[in-house]
Write a protein of this length. Structure first.
Length: 491
């Protein structure tokens, strides 16, 4: 602050200067976290201005896309003013100072409704933040609101009876994916700089792929899932994780580094230190192009995207070659055992006597999940043991190949209403490339690479071994660098 200038006039002057620069803020609305941070730290723009512009964009696009469940405009403005004052006073700023973020509406934020897409939870308002939300706020992030999901997160299409359907920013006739579809749509459309989703069978990676952004399904225990619904507890808690979503891999990494760390509320928490990899350190590392008949047949455009990513890595000095992974048929059967019959049985009890209030998509899931005979204790304990043994076998196969490339799903975004759990054509066939990682607890990142003939984004999945999250991000960033700048959706 200039000497002798009272604080309030300085604040007003800063705001006036910032607002006068609105027309020159070329980074908005699709700037990276690094770009926004630099502008705020250089006092070229105020957090207050950033938030006002974000709220204006949300006001314009919410009716068209419907990504938001709850928008806390006044809370965001209030926090922006506090952060603006800290910047003017020369206080030490957090790594996400002034960043406008969103969060999936199944993760607790104190005072906000957290319905997870269900009429049965419409009145639930948590009293405290999930640990990951607290960490993001402490780093200076500003939460704008929370985003839409399918009911109880159990579909790859974001639609429910409480807040309706979320559209894909690239084509309103297509799905934004699920279950983090509202989050992906908000970020892709420039309504948020980044945010948090969750993933039990591709629910971060598939929406990121559908909407043309990046997302990380981390290793279970890296980021605490405390405060997430459904809670990550019990003998199958490793299936579901929470993780960052953003428009670039560098932004995903920034969010990951803030959220990561142990928490006593998450039994899988592991105090694993954050590692840093430079691309130059990774040259000549073996990367496998995943091959397995168990995963289904991707479209020609999807295969071409993986081939393009593989070629770009080979040209940068990586040793890229086909890699056949055995055991994925069994991994997918086990994933469905836990995600289908086991979780379906728990949810069936939760909705008992309220069946008239649940959405058609949840009803569809429950009908398939609970169609077989009741699960026995012997089946459950055997499945838990089989999972661990299979995970160890897959790790042995990947001993000298720490990174794999694959599609995220067999195709780009489907049209609204075309997703289902029907055998032969439904999610158990189209989403297999993502699902097996949740069974094994492997990290995986989605990074956009190309577009279909219809103009829909196509992402590629980078797969790593447990606690190799930073390595996954480093390889994904190399793919992103070779790809070049991604154009925003035509909104």
């Amino acid at each position: 602050m200039p000497a002798g200038l009272p604080f309030r006039p300085a604040l007003d002057l800063f705001r006036a200067c910032a607002y006068s620069l609105a027309s020159t803020m070329s980074f908005f609305p699709f700037g990276t976290l690094a770009e926004i941070t630099q502008e705020i730290r250089s006092k070229n723009v105020s957090p207050v201005e950033i938030i006002e512009l974000q709220l204006k964009r949300i006001e314009t696009l919410q009716p068209k896309l419907n990504p938001f469940v709850h928008l806390d405009a006044e809370g965001a403005r209030r926090q922006a003013r506090v952060l603006e004052s800290l910047a003017l006073q020369g206080q030490q700023l957090g790594p996400l100072h002034g960043m406008p973020l969103t969060i999936k509406s199944c993760i607790d934020v104190a005072g906000w409704p957290c319905p997870a897409g269900s009429l049965l939870r419409k009145d639930y308002v948590p009293k405290q933040d999930a640990p990951l939300a607290s960490r993001l706020k402490a780093a200076g992030a500003i939460f704008l609101g929370n985003t839409n999901t399918p009911e109880f997160l159990m579909a790859y299409e974001t639609d429910n009876r409480l807040t309706g359907k979320t559209n894909n920013p690239w084509s309103l006739a297509h799905s934004a994916g699920g279950s983090s579809g509202g989050e992906a749509a908000a970020i892709a459309a420039g309504c948020s700089a980044g945010g948090v989703g969750s993933d039990g069978g591709g629910s971060i990676r598939v929406p990121a792929h559908f909407c043309g952004i990046c997302g990380l399904k981390p290793t279970p225990g890296c980021i605490p899932s405390t405060g997430h619904f459904p809670p990550g507890a019990g003998a199958f808690s490793w299936i579901g994780v929470v993780g960052p979503m953003a428009r670039t891999i560098a932004d995903v990494r920034s969010l990951f580094e803030v959220m990561a760390g142990p928490d006593p509320g998450d039994a899988l928490s592991a105090p694993v230190p954050i590692r840093t990899y430079r691309e130059s350190d990774l040259r000549a590392m073996r990367i496998g192009i995943l091959e397995s008949e168990a995963l289904g047949v991707p479209t020609a455009e999807t295969r071409a995207a993986v081939e393009r990513a593989a070629k770009s890595l080979a040209e940068r000095g990586f040793a890229v070659e086909p890699f056949r992974l055995n055991g994925l048929d069994r991994a997918l059967d086990l994933w469905w055992f836990f995600f289908g019959p086991v979780i379906g049985n728990l949810l069936q009890h939760s909705v008992a006597d309220h069946e008239d209030q649940i959405s058609p998509m949840l009803r569809d899931y429950l009908s398939y999940a609970n169609s077989g005979d009741p699960i026995t204790l012997n089946q459950f304990t055997k499945a838990c043991a089989d999972r661990d043994l299979l995970r160890a076998e897959i790790l042995r196969q990947m001993l000298s190949t720490p990174i794999l490339l694959s599609p995220v799903s067999t195709s780009p975004a489907f049209r609204h209403g075309e997703g289902n759990y029907a055998p032969g054509t439904g999610y158990r066939d189209t989403m297999r490339f993502s699902q097996w990682l949740n069974l094994t607890g492997f990290p995986g990142a989605a990074v956009p690479v190309s577009h279909s003939n219809e103009g829909l984004p196509i992402g590629v999945q980078v797969i790593g071994r447990p606690f190799g999250d930073e390595l996954v991000l480093a390889v994904a960033e190399a793919i992103e660098a070779a790809r070049g700048i991604c154009e925003p959706p035509p909104l």
